[in-house]
Design a binder for this molecule. Structure first.
Ligand SMILES: Cc1cc2nc3c(=O)[nH]c(=O)nc-3n(C[C@H](O)[C@H](O)[C@H](O)COP(=O)(O)O)c2cc1C
Length: 238
């Protein structure tokens, strides 16, 4: 995937919200954060924005847990240990081998861009493991949001609702000069995270979002994924 310029990123001023168009284009997945927590009132504003996400039949199914400080450090250590031991406790299955054709190609492009950014050689398994494990350091973010959800039927619709919530959350961060990254990798340890946070078994975890102020110099933030042309994704009928 090609690199693209990011001129709009400089337009967002701290404390101000940007236009919708800017926020959508400024947002990208952040894989490196400054050691600078966001103010609690700003986090509350982001959560208030996300609360406006639409949901199937108005169920508003999101049960969100925000973790920071010592608790986040403890959870990071626990997740690294579980990841190294291969003790996965996901609520939902996930296999990249399910991707085919163009979808597989796009996933491969992401892997290539990330490992290049991290200066990891393809055949260096140990270095790849370490780069992947950055997910469990929350990419050094000072905050993480865990988006738990109740289970209804096959969970497809509630998962869609969680996606809507997640994107509203991410756009609100972008509009405030903050950044975040949704992480399926956190969902691989749903059981561990649920137990650590004391969350009832009936709530499931699809993904979490690490967030904070982007560290523009972090290697992980060299990744820029472009998009296929509109005509590839959209068909007009009349
Ligand atoms: C639901 C969801 C889960 C994701 N999980 C991860 C993850 O576990 N680790 C990661 O590095 N990126 C993860 N991503 C980020 C994607 O790789 C990213 O959105 C995609 O490559 C497009 O790049 P952009 O977000 O910078 O536009 C996830 C994105 C979504 C929407």
């Amino acid at each position: 995937m090609a690199m693209q310029s990011d001129q709009s990123a400089t337009q967002a001023m701290p404390g101000n919200t940007t236009t919708f168009e800017d926020a959508v284009r400024i947002r990208r997945s952040i894989r490196g954060f400054l050691d600078k927590p966001a103010a609690e009132n700003v986090i509350r504003e982001v959560l208030e924005d996300a609360q406006h996400a639409p949901s199937n039949c108005n169920t508003q199914p999101w049960n969100v847990h925000i973790v920071r400080g010592e608790r986040l450090k403890q959870l990071s250590q626990l997740l690294h240990a579980k990841n190294d031991a291969g003790e996965f406790t996901p609520d939902y299955s996930f296999d990249v081998n399910d991707f085919y054709g163009e979808y597989r190609e796009r996933n491969n492009a992401l892997g290539k861009a990330y490992y290049e950014a991290m200066n990891v050689m393809r055949e260096d398994k140990e270095a790849r493991h370490r780069a992947g494990a950055m997910n469990y350091s929350f990419f050094n973010a000072p905050h993480a949001a865990f988006l738990f959800m109740p289970s209804f039927g096959d969970d497809v619709r509630v998962a869609g609702d969680m996606g809507m919530y997640g994107q509203t959350f991410l756009l609100s961060l972008a509009a405030r000069n903050l950044g975040g990254i949704p992480q399926t990798a956190l969902g691989f340890f749903a059981g561990t995270i649920r137990e650590f946070l004391g969350i009832p078994d009936e709530l499931k975890l699809l993904f979490g979002i690490s967030f904070g102020y982007p560290d523009e110099n972090a290697p992980g933030n060299r990744v820029r994924m472009d998009r296929v042309p509109l005509e590839t994704s959209v068909t007009f009928h009349s």
